[in-house]
Design a protein around this ligand. Structure first.
Ligand code: ZN
Length: 242
């Protein structure tokens, strides 16, 4: 059984119990006859007990770097040396991706990949691509929910509303999501950050409730009747006819 210590895991981005697979302590001191300075560096090869990532952990302090606080009772000065910690790799950049998205990888890898790329686009400020990603993710979600693939995205939203799986407000927002791709391509439409976040939150809630919570997926598939195939509307422009 390896020794453990508490450390900030660079992947979980939180404090975790970690195994110590190797460690080295290096106290140091320096003086020139008048002044002196001392401190210590501790090096560890650590493994997070949560996510199992292995990382390098260095903590160090230095007598020249100190803080004063006062004992609440005796009012005596307490000198402490703050400990500086670095890890390699450094903690990952804070992701916008909620934790539950990881659970989707097991349920439907394709939906997971779409969401991964959508969040990457969002984190890089590529909102048009991210909005197209939302639309693709919604489409894939309806496939996971075994909704008739013959229906258009708008019809799928209407169906989810009719069956009570989404509310009125949610259906309006999801309709915007389904329109996002073609709006960006044909109508010079570009979402604002605030506008995008509303679309994202709505889709996240929808996916989380229907796909991740698990119980609704089969229920939806079993209760939604397949619609009869739609009758194609006559096209108004004569020159567009085949
Ligand atoms: Zn971890």
């Amino acid at each position: 059984m390896s020794k453990t210590f508490k450390a900030h895991c660079p992947r979980c981005d939180g404090e975790r119990t970690c195994f110590i697979h190797g460690e080295h302590e290096e106290p140091w001191s320096w003086h020139d006859g008048y002044n002196s300075q001392h401190g210590q560096n501790d090096y560890k090869i650590a493994e997070c007990c949560g996510c199992e990532v292995v990382f390098f952990h260095k903590s160090g302090w230095d007598s020249e770097d100190w803080d004063i606080s006062y004992d609440p009772v005796t009012r005596e000065e307490i000198i402490t040396n703050p400990v500086t910690v670095i890890t390699f790799p450094a903690p990952e950049k804070k992701s916008e991706k909620p934790d539950w998205v990881w659970a989707i990888a097991k349920i439907d890898p394709q939906l997971f990949h779409i969401l991964e790329e959508m969040y990457q686009a969002y984190e890089h400020g590529a909102l048009i691509l991210a909005a197209v990603g939302l639309r693709t993710a919604f489409d894939r979600t309806t496939t996971v929910l075994k909704i008739d693939p013959e229906l258009t995205l708008k019809q799928k939203v209407a169906l989810l509303l009719d069956e009570g799986y989404i509310g009125e407000t949610e259906s309006k927002t999801l309709e915007v999501v389904t329109d996002a791709g073609s709006a960006a391509a044909h109508r010079a439409w570009s979402p604002t950050l605030d506008g995008f976040q509303i679309l994202l939150t709505t889709l996240e809630q929808f996916i989380r409730r229907t796909v991740v919570s698990g119980k609704s997926a089969l229920e939806i598939a079993n209760t939604i009747p397949k619609r009869p195939p739609k009758i194609p509307k006559p096209k108004p422009q004569p020159n567009e006819q085949p």
